[in-house]
Design a protein around this ligand. Structure first.
Ligand code: PY5
Length: 297
């Protein structure tokens, strides 16, 4: 917390922090994977770069560099002595000041939270619906910034979907094209070609999305970033979500239409297995994406 290691119970903030009132915070979700007593943090630098970029979009006076944050993440995991799979949540937020809406004059604080996490979705295939809420447009709230305030959009959509008995929401962008899930990017597979909405469809530029594009291409699949219409979802061979928390999660139903044969398809399964091995350091070719916590630095 602001450069100090603080016991969990004492890691508190005051009710007057600006972030509580206006959602003035930017954050990251990162995973560390356990393998042979080591923890490998997946694409740590890329996540922290995005964090610093989010702070820049919001105009925070962010004093922290990617290098400082990287050291702090490693230190925090080590201090806890974790050897299991962990989730890492760095957050840079506006501190005590209730009345100001000027990001330049707000005190900026930072914390790194680490806790054990296994699966995010407890199902192997998700039933989703297209939300009645649209994904927020870059002209109002930039989805490129992983900003706390943006997540009201996600919470409205996800809550609605769960109230209706679905596992997750899929949001359309302001033009009516498919954007992304409440906290995941989307991939569609048709005739062995992968498609995913472009960054202009109001998505968060997901690091798992980037990983999927890279590893699927390396496997010889064609991957295209293009606008996707709602009804294309219904006739897809396979659909899956990508995200740090979600990892690669198959979608087996959209708006009551069964996708493929109602279970994870072959392309999704292949990429999911590969991803599982890459993040655990079992694929030497992708080792540069991993930061070992306890081993050689
Ligand atoms: N889109 C949104 C809106 C997200 O919140 C996330 C990540 C993604 C896409 C996927 O991005 P990445 O692949 O870089 O993780 N969501 C957070 C996560 O840790 C969870 C938020 C509740 O996965």
């Amino acid at each position: 917390m602001d450069g100090e290691l603080v016991p969990w119970e004492q890691a508190k903030v005051h009710v007057t922090v600006n972030a509580l009132h206006y959602g003035t915070a930017v954050f990251e979700g990162i995973r560390g994977y356990s393998q042979n007593e080591e923890i490998y943090v997946f694409r740590l630098r890329d996540h922290l770069k995005r964090l610093v970029e989010s702070a820049k979009i919001v105009m925070f006076n962010n004093p922290y560099t990617v290098e400082q944050l990287q050291d702090a993440v490693i230190k925090t995991i080590r201090a806890n002595g974790y050897r299991s799979n962990v989730y890492i949540r760095p957050i840079i937020y506006a501190g005590e000041n209730i009345m100001s809406l000027n990001a330049r004059e707000l005190p900026i604080r930072a914390s790194i939270i680490v806790f054990p996490l296994e699966k995010f979705f407890d199902k192997t295939g998700l039933r989703v619906c297209v939300s009645s809420w649209r994904r927020l447009p870059d002209t109002s709230m930039p989805p490129r910034a992983k900003a706390a305030a943006n997540y009201l959009n996600s919470i409205l959509a996800s809550t609605e979907a769960k109230m209706m008995g679905y596992d997750e929401a899929l949001l359309l962008d302001h033009q009516g094209y498919v954007s992304e899930g409440a906290g995941e990017n989307l991939f569609l597979v048709k005739n062995e070609v992968l498609a995913t909405p472009p960054i202009s469809s109001s998505i968060l530029e997901g690091i798992t999305r980037d990983t999927v594009i890279k590893i699927a291409s390396d496997q010889g699949f064609r991957v295209v970033e293009r606008q996707i219409s709602r009804t294309e979802l219904y006739t897809a061979d396979e659909l899956f979500f990508s995200g740090t928390a979600a990892e690669i999660t198959p979608i087996v139903e959209v708006d009551g239409r069964r996708i493929g044969d109602g279970a994870a398809g072959p392309v999704t399964s292949k990429l999911s297995k590969l991803y599982h091995n890459i993040v655990r350091g079992l694929e030497p070719r992708y080792k540069e994406w991993l930061t070992p916590v306890y081993g050689s630095k």
